[in-house]
Design a protein around this ligand. Structure first.
Ligand SMILES: Nc1nc2c(ncn2[C@@H]2O[C@H](COP(=O)(O)OP(=O)(O)OP(=O)(O)O)[C@@H](O)[C@H]2O)c(=O)[nH]1
Ligand SMILES: [Mg+2]
Length: 202
């Protein structure tokens, strides 16, 4: 993980579609034939992205939504540059869970950028599901965070846009970029020391 430039974490209730969102982002795929399998603990994914003409490696922690793993989840958002908190617009319960994570991350990681993500947009668009979380409530909450996106892991709609915005916001942040540069320099120094040590053994 230390070799990734940025750390993003996905949070949200069980079954909201966090894993599917990450798979769509990393692989560009959605497999409807694979039955739902809840994430245990968390899963790590890495992707190279570009912002402002430069390449960066982004590490994404896909956490388990089940409250059973809540104590563990705290480990994954520690030190995160950004948290993407997911909810299903047709599920009020998932919105309550989002509010919980919003308060939690804010109180623990003050500098972590926060994004709200309404998932499974395709189901709303097709009329298969009816919105339970009113749009004006979402709009009010969105004002207090860095952004809000409505995504679909099935069609891929807004998935790339979401992650690209999160990365661009990080790259625009002077403090985040200074920390990144400091880490790079420290790593370079470590490598030099290692090389010197190896040279002594020759
Ligand atoms: N139609 C539709 N179904 C989706 C979408 N995203 C996920 N699903 C389905 O929703 C179910 C749950 O998806 P997951 O991605 O496993 O959910 P999760 O949030 O990772 O769940 P936990 O790991 O238990 O926290 C699966 O059956 C997916 O196929 C989407 O954008 N559209
Ligand atoms: Mg999952």
């Amino acid at each position: 993980m230390s070799r990734c430039d940025f750390k993003f974490v996905l949070l949200g209730a069980e079954h909201v579609g966090k894993t599917s969102l990450v798979i769509q982002f990393v692989n560009g795929t959605f497999n409807s034939k694979v039955p739902y399998q809840n994430t245990i603990g968390a899963a790590f994914n890495c992707k190279t992205m570009t912002s402002g003409g430069k390449m960066y490696t982004v590490g994404v922690w896909d956490t388990a939504g089940s409250e059973r793993y809540e104590a563990m989840t705290k480990l994954y958002y520690r030190g995160a540059h950004a948290a993407i908190i997911c909810y299903e617009p047709d599920c009020r319960q998932s919105w309550s869970r989002l509010r919980h994570w919003l308060l939690e991350v804010r109180s623990v990681e003050e500098s972590c950028k926060l994004y709200l993500c309404g998932t499974k947009k395709d189901l709303l668009d097709s009329g298969d599901r009816v919105r339970e979380v009113p749009e004006d409530v979402v709009a009010t909450y969105s004002q207090g965070v860095n952004g809000h996106f409505l995504t679909s892991a099935v069609t891929g709609e807004n998935v790339e846009e979401l992650f690209q915005t999160v990365l661009d916001d990080c790259v625009k942040d002077k403090q985040v970029m200074k920390d990144l540069e400091d880490r790079r320099l420290a790593l370079e120094k470590e490598m030099e020391v290692l090389k010197e040590k190896r040279g002594c053994h020759c």
